[in-house]
Design a protein around this ligand. Structure first.
Ligand code: SF4
Length: 340
């Protein structure tokens, strides 16, 4: 099997949440959390998914492992359409696709010994021999850098970093092919973030995992990913190879996110693009390009009217962006081109 074969293909994925109100709890509005996302993740690769809080990246990650049922569109996993499978039919998929949650504190039951928490997946998936479960839990604890004897301890006896290692052990005990790592280090102290990220990277390579790495921190995503997708208000606005994205971002939103990463070198000053305003509400997204109310180069009469498609740049099918001025028919209006 080659690295370039797709493991996951998402087509026009939409996830909406109804907002209920009034005495009869009728639907009064709809939150458009994910709006028509197309994405392919190849076997063995890590795709980073970045964007501000509330942009829909966690919802997309949860829909991919079917913790949420999509409203429309499709998710094809290893050739099988899992978009609307019922719980009982999802069991084989659940064995192959797991999630690591953001908060290691709340994702573990405080009254359950960690060995038992880690073994839960084995019990559900029919590993009935207690001795076998015990052995596999001990192996997994050692694989994530803990000690086999930790199996009999409770979550409160561990530090934040150790609890996230337990979260990783829980996700990996079934030897899945695919994991969604949903902001796996953002709840941890900075001093232990690097250890957990390096461990995740080692495990990904050792276990040949395919991964969607969700984070709002672009520096962390750069360290982890082969390709990066940038999400804004429920849509992917740019996706490309990691090095391309960090050296030559195309979408104005990506440029603004990158310019906000601090560089710890006073000899390399960088002018930050400060975005104006807040992310608009996903209940009532703007017309045209969703980014136009905050875009520093947006053109009235174009960007507020027409929605840009996510399309290849200079026929490079691996490099896509959704911007009229960078990939569309209005490239001559791009101030960056005019300045050349
Ligand atoms: Fe900015 Fe217009 Fe491009 Fe949207 S389409 S990112 S508003 S220039």
């Amino acid at each position: 099997m080659t690295v370039s074969t797709p493991l996951i293909e998402i087509k026009d994925l939409v996830k909406e949440f109804p907002v209920k109100g009034g005495l009869l709890q009728r639907t009064v509005a709809t939150v458009n959390a994910v709006s028509g996302v197309n994405l392919t993740i190849r076997r063995g690769e890590t795709v980073g998914l970045v964007g501000e809080s509330g942009c829909g990246k966690t919802t997309l990650g949860r829909a991919l492992v079917r913790l949420l049922e999509p409203t429309s569109g499709s998710i094809i996993f290893d050739g099988v359409d899992i978009t609307h499978l019922k719980s009982k039919d999802l069991k084989p998929f659940r064995r192959r696709a797991q999630i690591v949650f953001q908060d290691p504190y709340s994702s573990l039951d405080p009254r359950t010994q960690v060995g038992s928490s880690i073994a839960e997946g084995l019990r559900i998936h029919g590993v009935s021999e207690k001795d076998e479960r015990h052995e596999r839990v001990q192996e997994m604890l050692e694989l994530v850098g803990l000690h086999a004897s930790h199996a009999s301890r409770y979550p409160h006896e561990f530090s934040g970093g150790q609890r996230q290692r337990i979260g990783l052990a829980r996700a990996l005990i079934l030897r899945p092919d695919f994991i969604v790592a949903d902001e796996p280090v953002s709840a941890l102290d900075v001093s232990v973030q690097a250890q957990v990220l390096n461990l995740l990277k080692e495990l990904q390579s050792e276990l040949h995992l395919t991964m969607l790495f969700v984070a709002h921190n672009l520096a962390v995503v750069e360290h982890m990913s082969d390709r990066v997708a940038v999400m804004y208000l429920g849509k992917i606005v740019e996706i490309t190879d990691r090095d391309q994205l960090y050296s030559n971002p195309l979408h104005p939103y990506t440029e603004a996110l990158l310019s906000a990463i601090p560089i710890p070198d006073p000899d390399r000053p960088r002018s930050a693009t400060i975005l104006q305003g807040e992310v608009p509400s996903p209940i009532d997204p703007p017309s045209g390009c969703y980014f136009h109310p905050r875009c520093p180069i947006g053109q009235k009469g174009i960007c507020d009217v027409e929605e840009p498609e996510l399309r290849p740049i200079e026929n490079d099918l691996q490099r896509l962006a959704a911007c009229h001025l960078r990939t569309g028919d209005y490239q001559d209006l791009d101030p960056r081109r005019l300045a050349r």
